[in-house]
Ligand binder design. Structure first.
Ligand code: NAP
Ligand code: MG
Length: 472
């Protein structure tokens, strides 16, 4: 067990203002693996002061210099790949192979894209008799969740730094250890003191203090819709910019003519990855009535291959969920699904067989799900798939869009043209066409209640810029 003390503020690890700590638990063993300080408003004050003091220098640094620091950050993260993967597996419970390929490698890729974009972005443009300057928004308060803990940090900090902003980060209390590794990488990359600051702590204390702080120019939040709504209200009251990445209940629409086996198997894998704790997961599978029974059979068989197990075992594909509360929440939804009349075709609310400890949930598939059921409407954030039946394309579009969320989705058809035509009808921020590959430069963010703003790539960079026009 490692007892960490200190917050990374103004380029140094300094003692926290208070004595309270947060215990970090390994969800596979239920053992305490470390402690970090629980930050207070006083720590947030110190961090914001450091970020404000560092802002003029960093904002004025040539883009090439900011790009060089981001390149060094990319290298420092890449050098820590195995340590990052092992840390995320320990504090989140993600299978080690997934931690390596996604939790460690994706943020390295994203840091690399911003090293390039910082150097190439047009921070000035001409419009008639005007010169338009794209200037940094200022001090950014970043509040991140535990489900993709390093990715969500890098998806905010890298574009903010590329834009010339300075940052105070409050990471999730369940996954603070990888945030500390990130701060070490920032220090190693030679980023000037105060440009990036870390305050670990609890949401209602440190997070709230950061969201309310008068020295913060923009808050970028990823997490639940409930907390996001509060953060948006605080920002609205203060007339301060805000970016919100919230939940999802995305539709995976399988049209007649698609490769059914491929579409269903990839769809199941998408939901089971990271134990279902993915805001963009395709948790509603929509299948035409003619292919429905076959799809259900394929999905149930595919889900059964995700045997819950020790996440440190390289063969494991399904680890535990993050904590006991999350397990209660997810199994509660499974019970609700049964009560409301959905048909359980794989998994269930009971603990997986042979499991004596750890917050495991069985890979679960529901058939006979109708759009009004709770499990078709609410974000479950666990390894639970709902399969819905549609009669024709209009019906499929209506069901897919019948959600307060609109973060992601997929469309499968006989050809890309048919799938694209259908994707145009979807009220959602991202759609994968016939299994299209993840693109780290593509804008990521929500329609409707899934959020405000976009992350990643050039669109993610402009979120951290404001414009000034000079007329000649
Ligand atoms: P959450 O409470 O919204 O946590 C996200 C971040 O906000 C964490 O850093 C959290 O700190 C902080 N926070 C909490 N209350 C705050 C407040 N009053 N002011 C400022 N910051 C605050 O999410 P959660 O409790 O971890 O998860 C609950 C549910 O949210 C999940 O079951 C899932 O449905 C959804 N969720 C969605 C995403 C996503 O990517 N869209 C990610 C995570 C969760 P603490 O860690 O200390 O709470
Ligand atoms: Mg919380």
């Amino acid at each position: 067990m490692q007892a960490h003390n200190g917050m990374y503020i103004d380029g140094q690890w300094r003692p926290a203002a208070g004595a309270e700590t947060i215990e970090v638990v390994d969800p596979a063993t239920e053992e305490i693996i470390g402690t970090v300080p629980a930050g207070t408003a006083e720590d947030v004050d110190a961090a914001v002061a450091a970020a404000r003091a560092a802002l003029p220098g960093w904002a004025a640094a040539p883009p090439a210099e900011r790009a060089a620091r981001l390149g060094a950050l990319h290298d420092a993260l890449a050098a820590r790949r195995e340590e990052i993967a092992a840390t995320v597996t320990a504090e989140l419970g993600a299978p080690l192979s997934f931690s390596q390929a996604v939790h460690a490698d994706l943020p390295v890729t994203v840091a690399g894209t911003y090293a390039k974009l910082a150097a190439e972005h047009p921070f000035e443009e001409r419009l008639g008799n005007s010169r338009v300057l794209h200037e940094p928004v200022g001090v950014v308060g970043a509040i991140t969740p535990w489900n993709y803990p390093l990715h969500q940090i890098v998806a905010k900090v890298a574009p903010a730094l590329a834009a010339g902003c300075t940052v105070v980060l409050k990471p999730a209390e369940d996954t603070p250890l990888v945030a500390r590794l990130f701060a070490e990488a920032v220090a190693e990359a030679g980023v000037p003191a105060g440009v990036f600051n870390l305050v670990t702590g609890r949401g209602p204390v440190a997070g709230q203090a950061l969201a309310e702080h008068g020295g913060v120019d923009m808050v970028s939040f990823t997490g639940s819709t409930a907390v996001g709504r509060r953060i948006g209200a605080i920002a609205g009251g203060a007339v301060r910019r805000v970016a919100l990445e919230l939940g999802g209940k995305s539709a995976n629409v399988i049209l007649p003519g698609a490769d059914l086996v491929k579409a269903v198997k990839i769809g199941v894998g998408n939901v089971m990855a990271n134990a279902g704790q993915t805001c963009s997961a395709w948790t509603r599978m929509l299948v035409h009535a003619d292919h429905y029974d076959e799809a259900v059979e394929i999905a149930a068989a595919a889900a059964a291959k995700y045997v819950p197990g020790d996440p440190t075992d390289p063969a494991t594909r399904l680890g535990p969920v993050v904590n006991a509360g999350q397990r209660e929440r997810v199994t509660g939804y499974i019970r609700t699904g049964i009560e409301e009349g959905a048909t359980l075709v794989a998994g269930g609310a009971d603990a997986p067989e042979g499991v004596e400890r750890g917050y495991y949930v069985r890979p679960t598939v529901f058939a006979g799900v109708t759009p009004d059921m709770t499990i078709a409407r609410e974000e479950i954030f666990g390894p639970v798939l709902s399969i819905l039946r549609y009669q024709d394309a209009d019906d499929a579009a209506r069901i897919a869009n019948d959600s307060e969320y609109g973060l992601s989705g997929a469309v499968w058809a006989a050809d890309d043209e048919t799938a694209t035509a259908f994707a145009r009808r979807l009220q959602t921020g991202q759609v994968d066409i016939n299994g299209g590959r993840f693109n780290p430069l593509a804008p990521f963010g929500g329609y409707k209640r899934s959020g405000v703003g976009r992350e990643l790539g050039p669109h993610g960079l402009t979120e951290y810029l404001q414009t000034k026009s000079l007329q000649f």
